[in-house]
Design a protein around this ligand. Structure first.
Ligand SMILES: Cc1cc2nc3c(=O)[nH]c(=O)nc-3n(C[C@H](O)[C@H](O)[C@H](O)COP(=O)(O)O)c2cc1C
Length: 201
């Protein structure tokens, strides 16, 4: 009897999950499937974030995808002292690239960056080791050998003022899949209610 109750609950949860999924932009389903096929390696969450510098030059770096904010915004953690902060303040336009080897799929997300001020919950998700890095020296500055000892793991750290949660709000998604015999390419735009259209690769 217990077994059948559990089975029913599982079926109901599965149903709810599918219903929630159907409300998401359809590119979220494609991305979910690419991530699933890629496996559970930490590198599955490494994405490339491009910003525009104050002097209008492109800047690119790897960051960790920390999850979704609403249906079509990505969360990224960073350090207030890093250069990208000045970039998005002078120009919020940014692009994220997420590549999946197993499915040979390249996702290019165009969007805008802003900072989430209410970030305490996100800080609480970090390990002590990760938290410590927000108390190290300024990223990009020359190492001062006299303060080397501060590069250690501390415990029960309060939220650092340098801890920043970025919210990358997606405006469009461009997916290129290298397939045989022909490659496929799709475009979704928020302004077009995320309608999926196929375009030339
Ligand atoms: C695998 C990997 C993951 C990284 N994850 C992050 C991250 O989540 N947030 C971040 O700010 N920097 C991350 N970095 C460091 C950035 O690539 C970059 O060096 C740093 O943010 C300074 O960039 P900026 O000077 O352009 O602001 C990561 C680097 C690597 C190699």
């Amino acid at each position: 009897m217990i077994h059948s109750k559990n089975t029913k609950r599982k079926a109901a949860l599965f149903c709810l999950d599918s219903m929630l999924d159907t409300n998401l932009p359809s590119w979220r389903q494609d991305l979910k499937s690419s991530r699933k096929k890629e496996g559970r390696s930490p590198s599955n969450r490494w994405i490339q974030l491009a910003t525009v510098s104050e002097d209008n030059e492109p800047r690119l770096r790897t960051v960790v995808f920390r999850g979704w904010y609403k249906d079509s915004s990505m969360i990224i953690f960073t350090d207030r002292r890093s250069e990208k902060i000045g970039h998005f303040k002078s120009n919020p336009n940014a692009e994220i690239l997420w590549f999946f080897l197993k499915t040979k799929s390249q996702y290019r997300f165009k969007g805008k960056i802003n900072e989430l001020i209410d970030n305490k919950n996100y800080w609480d998700t970090l390990s002590e080791k990760s938290k410590s890095s927000w108390f190290w020296g300024s990223p990009g500055e020359r190492i001062n050998p006299k303060v080397q000892s501060s590069y250690e793991i501390k415990f029960n750290l309060p939220k650092s003022e340098n801890f920043v949660v970025l919210n990358f709000e997606i405006d469009s998604v461009d997916l290129l899949k290298l397939e045989h015999p022909i490659h496929r390419r799709y475009l979704w735009e928020k302004i077009k209610k995320w309608e999926k259209i196929e375009i030339n690769p």
